[in-house]
Design a binder for this molecule. Sequence first.
Ligand code: OGA
Ligand code: MN
Length: 296
Amino acid sequence: MTVKSGYSPLTRSGFGAELDGLDLARLDEAMVDEAMDVFHEAGGLIVIRDQGHIEPADLLEFVTGFGTPEGNEKYDPGFLVPGYPDVLRIGNTKENGRYTSLFIQADPPPLLWHMDDSFRHPQPVGSCLFCLRTPPEGGETGFAGMTAAYEGLPEDVKERIASIRTVHSYNHLNELLRKKNPHRPPLGEALLAQFPPIVRPLVARHPETGRKSLYLPLCHIESVEGLEKAEGEALLKGLQEHATGAAYTYMHRWRPGDLVVWDNRCTLHAPTPFDDSRHERLMYRLTFGGRQIAGF
Ligand code: OGA
Ligand code: MN
């Protein structure tokens, strides 16, 4: 079966695709190219199940077809898979009382919908998660399709937001997270200097497909250029509500062996909580670089 004949949409709007009949331990170039085509057609989200038998090397090879794997220099080396510095463990696994994976503490709704690192340039254009262990409930990951969400906006709203620009800031995100977790330290001088605020379009054109998307990781956006704070916040909040509505979102319930790949240029994602005092969650994560949204 070819990739293109064996996939099904994950949402009403057509955002997201689950690919069938793929074995990532037996990859060939044509298969990776076809998976890439489906990835773009589906608005930047693919799900491939039942890959529990694959090795980190297979993951790396597959992801290399999508972009250039990014290193994980900023993370604790103890979170990396031995021999595979591009593969980061995320989850809540521990050895001798110390985390052996990066623990992303998710809160109950409202979910923290985001695009990874939109506050830096170049931004990672995509990432994937491969599930090794998952709790019996919770720990799902939400995905929202920003191309379909943009295309579903009324014409007058599209016109109104066509040339709006927003300011993305790591410090804004960090302060938001500090409100929930006062033990989180403020960003130090070095990080503040390394990640100054960056101006982004609210409507971004994808460099591969040419399609427009809402570029709206709300938790990274500190202001809207040319609008009063309250007016900017109300505009973005309304757009996010639309964009994370049922037609454009997919909640992935993980099973070991699942691989999910997403595109940070045109999708949002959000972690959900689980009882980490009783259950283990463990994923391999690879992040990749590539062509930036138009204008960057
Ligand atoms: C990420 C992320 C969500 C999850 O890896 O960037 O947001 O559910 N993960 O683990
Ligand atoms: Mn993320």
